[in-house]
Design a protein around this ligand. Structure first.
Ligand code: GLN
Length: 480
């Protein structure tokens, strides 16, 4: 099976240079092989893909294009587990808004991808179906929580997949897997039908192998949807038509509060090279900082807000209406037994924390305080955006960790600041894109560009200019 971008596959289909049916036959053979190697799928939707293919006319860019959904997008009649035992037999009766949008555009659903349980994690080791492995080296994690989606794109199976991003769940795995991951502005895409994690942070986003494909996918999904009152009324620009690599009038801020924490010399020199490249491309590039106490507050603030909102959102997972149900004499007992059995320990820990922060005696000094600190952090970011269009940072201080080394709780500045700064984009709701910037020890590494609210185009242009110079578009790994 040969791997193509959306644009190339579209041309081949349209001009009858590839027989679509044969292409999908090959694709599903490769899916079987890659599933054994990477464990990225919860469900393979082969019949659905062929059914979708029947409607394809191949005249528009996405018609007949295969794609994968993270398993927290509701799909009518198709198992949707969010990789949790709690939802292990849940078959939705409706589609998420973006699923309908992509169907309208003619896309064919190949499968539902594994994730950290309910989106809560950064390793994809907490999925009910077991860890997802990295296509470049299967002794390493793909990252999380959208690890399955990242792995199916990075192994070249499909040109795009949807993820969701609450703290960094698209951008971290994108970086670890050597592909593009984009979390647009909060409100740019309807979240109707996305199983929530933390509503003030959750964002629909995608993985592709190049920036042009990302423009196509974003255009198909963005826009107002009356079923999600937080979705924006703003017009959706033609991202692809407006795409340019001329960034000579762009002002880029290098956030050294993050890049100063890099310990790995190869990752540091790669980052410095990216900075130099942007200068060569004619952009104004300057260093900026944020107060260290605010940088150190990102993780605890995130932890309190995300877990509080998750605790509230997931109170509906009670075994009564749908999902995992255990026996009990009374409704209360059914709920207690179902929830005790349905959630793994790390989810329970997060719910305990969320309940603690929301309890009336603690709410002011925990949940409300975290909201105030979030506001301070966002105000500091906005000060940077008064003078700069883009904030540039390294995506991570390491390559994808080995499976046995990966965990979510280390406590030094390198971890606290460098590995958690991406949720600045969730705090502020700003568009944030990760793209590959090179390789260290045979593994991909990446940088992140973050723009102002609703300035997706600027972010895409900034990334496109770098992508062209680095020549790392369309990379994938089938055998690592
Ligand atoms: N790793 C972070 C967490 O566990 C982010 C998850 C996400 O963005 N969904 O909360």
């Amino acid at each position: 099976m040969i791997t193509y971008s959306i644009e190339d596959l579209h041309v081949l289909f349209k001009n009858n240079q590839i027989n679509p049916k044969n292409y999908y036959d090959e694709l599903f053979k490769e899916v079987v092989f890659q599933q054994k190697r990477l464990n990225a799928f919860v469900t393979v939707t082969k019949d659905k893909a062929y059914e979708d293919l029947k409607d394809a006319h191949f005249h528009s860019l996405l018609s007949g294009i295969p794609f994968v959904l993270k398993d927290n997008y509701n799909t009518k009649g198709i198992l949707t587990t969010a990789s949790s035992k709690m939802l292990s037999d849940y078959i939705p009766v409706y589609n998420a808004h973006v699923v309908d949008q992509l169907k309208k555009a003619g896309c064919c659903l190949v499968g539902k991808a594994s994730m950290d349980e309910l989106g809560m994690g950064g390793t994809n080791k907490t999925a009910l179906t077991g860890p997802v492995l990295n296509p470049w080296d299967s002794s390493r994690i793909a990252g999380g929580s959208s690890g399955g989606s990242a792995a199916v794109v990075a192994s070249g199976l499909v040109p795009f997949a949807l993820g969701s991003d609450t703290g960094d769940s698209i951008r971290k795995p994108a970086g670890f897997c050597g592909i593009v991951g984009f979390k647009p502005t909060w409100g740019r895409i309807s979240r109707y039908g996305l199983i929530p994690y933390a509503s003030s942070l959750d964002t629909v986003g995608a993985f592709t192998r190049n920036i042009r494909d990302m423009c196509i996918v974003m255009e198909a999904m963005a826009g107002r949807d009356d079923r999600d009152m937080t979705s924006s009324m703003r017009e959706v620009p033609c991202y692809l038509n407006n795409l340019t690599d001329d960034i000579s009038d762009l002002k880029i801020a290098v956030l050294t509060s993050v890049s100063d924490e890099i310990r790995n010399p190869d990752i540091l020199s790669n980052f410095q090279f990216v900075v130099k490249t942007y200068k060569k491309l004619g952009a104004t590039v300057e260093n900026v900082t944020m107060p260290v106490e605010l940088m150190r507050s990102i993780l605890p603030t995130y932890t309190i807000i995300a877990n509080s909102e998750a605790t509230s959102n997931h109170s509906c997972l009670d075994g009564i209406k749908y999902g995992n149900r255990q026996d009990g004499e009374t409704p209360d007992e059914i709920m207690i037994h179902s929830r005790t059995d349905g959630f793994s320990d790390h989810i329970k820990r997060r719910f305990i924390l969320g309940n603690l922060a929301l309890a009336s005696e603690n709410q002011e000094r925990m949940f409300r305080k975290a909201q105030k600190v979030r506001r301070l952090i966002v105000e500091e970011l906005n000060k940077i955006y008064e003078d700069y269009d883009i904030i540039l940072t390294p995506n991570s201080g390491s390559v994808a960790p080995l499976l046995e080394d990966a965990n979510d709780d280390r406590l030094n500045d390198e971890y606290i600041i460098l590995e958690n700064h991406l949720c600045l984009g969730n705090f502020a709701g700003t568009p944030s894109l990760t793209l590959p910037s090179g390789f260290v020890d045979g593994m991909p590494i990446a940088v992140n560009v973050m723009g102002r609210l609703f300035e997706e185009q600027t972010v895409l242009n900034c990334a496109y200019a770098l992508e062209k110079v680095l020549g790392l578009a369309n990379q994938y790994s089938r055998e690592g």
